[in-house]
Design a protein around this ligand. Structure first.
Ligand code: ATP
Ligand code: MG
Length: 518
């Protein structure tokens, strides 16, 4: 294990593609290139707030020394790093947004992990790039804390995600109008060091297609397949690749639905070509089960990115990607068929996941009625999703009367139930108990299965809000507690947080919903 500053970085993306080498951070369009060489802009006094030991161990990095903190804060680059900001485009809220690019993310390079994988190191908030447009290239502490903790929380939940290696405060102030109401404030700045095998997005391909740089589009596609999908070697590998992206994207969304995660900004520039969750901005978990819940205040008019719409948005986004690579494919009918296969793949993966959540031995055709009843009931009574499933694990088989059932689920309820809701809950429970009676796995197996897929601890927005408020005052106790809790989301270690979102947090900014300002 060696520290970051001793690593010999590789720079294969930079070496493989044309880039703008001027080093200029003047905002501009950069036709003909896939990146702009960019150095991080130094900060006043980088201070390490957090470091992911688990990730460091996986990646073969020793504990950070002073020089490493300087690297993670953007004050030092080593000789082997050819740092850059990638150029990409995208559809935002359903509209074509043209060139976007890394406006505040700078990739320093990559290295080979002990497992033989190559991972890139990227600083988010490291200063202006050619793609910063009118913004400052920086990130505030509150949004960086959220990105750092949530990347690691998602990893421990078992959801495909980019990772966070470190969180560094910069000592510089950043101006943000958090509520977009004309009251800009100075806030502490920070930088998250993110890691992933690649940060290439759907929008990277859309950009080349829009610029009609088809040769580069082909090179990027071949390179992505060779490097990240090396098992695809057949003559139809481009179609096979698209099919695998569909499948990985479905898996990611189904995993979000399993734990109740709402991304909040599913623009195509925030869709990873590896099927990883990327860009932790105004995200949130559903507390009460509300398919209409969006954590992003900017998304409010249309609720395009609401919890229950994520599967269809991912499908739409895959369509944009397919459109972009279509010029490279002769058999476009097959391409269309692959995209149209999304819905079936989604439902089969989703139903299997739900069967697991319910502790069923297998998914039978007739179980769809049970799943439909469950969904109907959850939407109507909107219990706390996490607590509801935890209670279901220990459901007594003798529970019958609507009153007893309501009492049993009380810890998950935000409201007292109406008679109709009580009946709906009872109806589902009796269906469920009847199904459990035919389960071929025993109770211990059922319980173990349910405990493995139903999280007990989720990083709720109000908890993050408490940690951030304290941290801004110099108290890191809550931050440390959450950092610890998120490492064991399926255990009982964090039971002090095993409760519904408190009433005070339901409409307080940052506790349920957030603005995009970050
Ligand atoms: N403070 C900022 N300075 C410069 N560019 C920014 C800033 N905030 C966002 N952007 C850019 O605006 C676009 C959309 O922003 P979005 O919120 O999706 O991304 P992000 O949170 O900055 O980054 P990422 O997707 O890399 O996690 C991106 O091109 C992003 O780089
Ligand atoms: Mg983004």
């Amino acid at each position: 294990m060696e520290p970051i500053h001793s690593k010999i970085f590789k720079n294969r993306f930079v070496e493989h593609f044309p880039g703008d080498q001027s080093g200029s951070t003047k905002p501009r369009q950069t036709p003909g290139v896939l990146y702009s060489a960019t150095r991080p802009t130094p900060v006043a006094s980088p201070k390490l707030i957090a470091w992911s030991n688990e990730l460091a161990a996986t990646l073969g990095i020793a504990a950070p020394e002073e020089q490493d903190v300087a690297i993670l804060g953007g004050n030092l680059t080593t000789e082997s790093m050819q740092s850059y900001a990638a150029c990409y485009a995208g559809h935002q809220f359903g509209n074509w947004a043209g060139q976007l690019g890394d406006g505040r993310a700078i990739t320093l390079g990559e290295w080979e992990t002990p497992a033989g994988e190559s991972w890139e190191l990227q600083l988010k908030g490291a200063g202006p790039t050619a793609y910063s447009r009118r913004a400052d290239g920086r990130a505030v502490l509150r949004s960086s804390v959220r990105e750092y903790l949530m990347s690691e929380a998602m990893h421990h939940l078992g959801v495909p995600t980019t990772r966070a290696l470190s969180l560094v405060s910069t000592g510089d102030k950043v101006v943000r109008d958090m509520f977009y109401n004309g009251n800009p404030q100075y806030e502490p700045g920070a930088i998250v060091a993110r890691m992933a095998p690649s940060f290439i997005r759907f929008g990277s391909f859309e950009m080349l297609a829009a610029r009609q740089e088809l040769e580069q589009l082909k090179t990027l596609t071949d390179w992505t397949i060779d490097k990240y999908y090396p098992h695809l070697t057949g003559e139809n590998r481009m179609l096979d690749w698209m099919a695998e992206i569909v499948s990985r994207t479905v898996t990611m969304i189904v995993e979000w639905m399993r734990v109740g995660f709402v991304h909040g900004v599913m623009n195509t520039d925030n869709m990873s070509i590896l099927g990883l969750t990327i860009d932790y901005g105004p995200y949130g978990f559903v507390d009460n089960y509300d398919p209409e819940f969006t954590p992003n205040t900017t998304d409010l008019p249309g609720r395009r990115y609401a919890f229950g719409k994520q599967a269809s948005v991912a499908y739409w986004n895959l369509g944009r990607l397919a459109n972009a690579i279509a010029p490279l494919i002769t058999d476009t009918e097959k391409l269309v068929a692959i995209i149209e296969g999304y819905e079936d793949i989604f439902w089969s993966k989703y139903s299997l996941m739900m069967a697991q959540k319910l502790g069923l031995d297998e998914l039978l055709p007739e179980d769809h009625v049970l799943l439909q009843e469950l969904e109907k009931m959850l939407v109507s009574i909107q219990p706390d999703m996490t607590i509801f499933y935890q209670l279901l694990i220990t459901l007594p088989p003798t529970l019958e009367s609507p009153e007893d059932i309501e009492t049993f689920f009380k810890p998950a309820l935000y409201n007292e139930l109406t008679p109709a809701e009580r009946r709906g809950l009872q109806q589902f429970i009796s269906l469920y108990l009847a199904r459990l009676a035919t389960n071929t796995i025993d109770e211990a197996q059922r319980t173990a299965q349910m405990k493995a897929v139903n999280p007990r601890f989720i990083l709720r927005n109000y908890l993050l809000h408490l940690a951030i408020t304290d941290l801004e005052k110099g108290d890191d106790a809550m931050f440390k507690k959450l950092e610890q809790a998120l490492k064991d989301p399926y255990g009982h270690g964090a039971d002090e947080f095993f409760k519904t979102r408190p009433f005070w947090a339901s409409d307080q900014p940052g506790c349920s919903m957030l603005s995009c300002s970050s």
